[in-house]
Design a protein around this ligand. Structure first.
Ligand code: NAP
Length: 288
C-alpha cells in the first residue's frame, strides 16, 4: 500500500502491546478493502493515558483499540460511551467524532459473531462461565442479554463472582448464580454451554485447565475457550474427550477487530474477507 498525504492512522493503546495480532487484522483489511489506512501499536504508560487520548485526537487519528490494562481506565477521557460498553464497564474501541472519541465495546459483539459463525447459540442455553475477571464479566452480560436460560458463574475467588452476578442480575433479573470454582460438583446435572474465561491454560502454561475432573466435562455439550494460544487448549481437549464440541478464542479476536474496522471506516467486511484473515491469524498463532 502506498502511504501518502491522505493516509489515515488507527492504532492500539495498552501495555504491553508487543504481541498483538491487531496490526495483522487491520492492515490486511485495509489492503483488501482498498482503504487508505495504517494501523500501529502504541505502548502507553499509565501516567500518560490521558495525554495519549488527547494527543491521538490532536493528531487526527481516526480510531484506537484499547487493551489491558486500560479498558476501564480510558473511559473518563471519552466524550461519549456506547450503551453496551457502559453496561459492561469496558471500552476496547475509540471512534473519532468532532469533539473527541466515543467508546465502544467490540469484544462481546465479536464473541457473539464468532459463536454465530461456529453455529453455537446462547438463547435458551444453560451456561457455565469459568472466571470472573474482565472478560468473564462481559461474557456474563452477553449471555444474559442474549437469552441464556440460566448462568452459573464459577470463580476461584467467590467475592469477585458475587460482584459480577450482582451487577448482571441488577439489569437482567436473577439470571446469574455465583459459585466457588471448587464446588463445581454441586452444579445441576444438566447439559451446558461452557465459556472458559480464566487465564488458566494460556501459553506458556498450556498443559493446565481450570478444572481437571473429567466428570465436569461430561456435562458440557459445547466448550468455548477465550484463549487462542495454544490453538487447542487443555480445556478444549477435555471437552472433546468427553464428546463435546470445542472452539478457541481466535474468531472472537478476529471479529472484535472486524467490528472496530467497520465502525472506523463505515464499511461492512464480507465473510470471505473474514475467513481469509482468520487463516492468516491461524498461521501466525501456530508459529508463535
Ligand atoms: P483477568 O481479568 O485477569 O481475569 C483472570 C481470571 O482468571 C480470574 O477469574 C481469575 O480468578 C482466573 N484465574 C487466574 N489464575 C487462576 C488459577 N490459577 N486458578 C483459577 N482461576 C484463575 O483476565 P481477563 O481480561 O478476564 O482475560 C481472561 C482470559 O481471556 C485471558 O486468557 C485472555 O487472554 C482471554 N481473552 C481473550 C480475548 C479474545 O479476543 N479471544 C479477549 C479478552 C480476553 P480470580 O478472580 O480468583 O483471581
Amino acid at each position: 500500500m502506498e502511504i501518502n498525504g491522505k493516509t489515515r492512522l488507527c492504532g492500539l493503546i495498552g501495555n504491553p502491546v508487543e504481541h498483538t495480532l491487531s496490526p495483522l487484522i487491520h492492515n490486511t483489511l485495509a489492503e483488501k478493502m482498498g482503504n487508505n489506512l495504517v494501523y500501529l501499536p502504541f505502548p502507553v504508560e499509565e501516567k500518560h493515558l490521558e495525554d495519549a487520548v488527547a494527543g491521538a485526537f490532536g493528531l487526527n487519528i481516526l480510531g484506537l483499540n484499547v487493551t489491558v490494562p486500560y479498558k476501564s481506565a480510558v473511559m473518563p477521557y471519552l466524550t461519549e460511551i456506547d450503551k453496551l460498553a457502559d453496561e459492561i464497564g469496558a471500552v476496547n474501541t475509540l471512534v473519532r467524532s468532532e469533539e473527541g472519541y466515543a467508546g465502544f465495546n467490540t469484544d462481546m459483539p465479536g464473541l457473539f459473531r464468532a459463536m454465530q459463525s461456529d453455529g453455537v447459540k446462547i438463547d435458551g442455553e444453560s451456561v457455565i462461565i469459568l472466571g470472573a475477571g474482565g472478560a468473564a464479566r462481559a461474557v456474563a452480560f452477553l449471555c444474559a442479554s442474549k437469552g441464556a436460560k440460566e448462568i452459573f458463574l464459577l470463580n476461584r475467588s467467590i467475592e469477585k463472582a458475587n460482584e459480577v452476578a450482582a451487577e448482571v442480575n441488577a439489569l437482567y433479573g436473577d439470571k446469574v448464580c455465583a459459585m466457588e470454582l471448587n464446588r463445581f460438583r454441586e452444579l445441576p446435572k444438566w447439559r451446558y454451554l461452557a465459556i472458559q474465561c480464566t487465564s488458566v491454560g494460556l501459553y506458556p502454561n498450556a498443559d493446565a485447565a481450570v478444572i481437571e475432573d473429567e466428570a465436569f466435562y461430561e456435562m458440557i455439550h459445547t466448550g468455548y475457550d477465550l484463549i487462542y494460544r495454544p490453538e487447542e487448549t487443555r480445556f478444549m481437549k477435555l471437552v472433546k474427550k468427553a464428546g463435546g464440541a470445542a472452539y478457541n478464542g481466535l474468531k472472537m479476536l478476529l471479529y472484535q477487530g472486524i467490528i472496530a474496522y467497520e465502525l472506523w471506516n463505515g464499511v461492512a467486511v464480507s465473510e470471505e474477507a473474514a475467513s481469509e484473515i482468520l487463516d492468516l491469524l491461524k498461521e501466525k498463532v501456530s508459529v508463535s
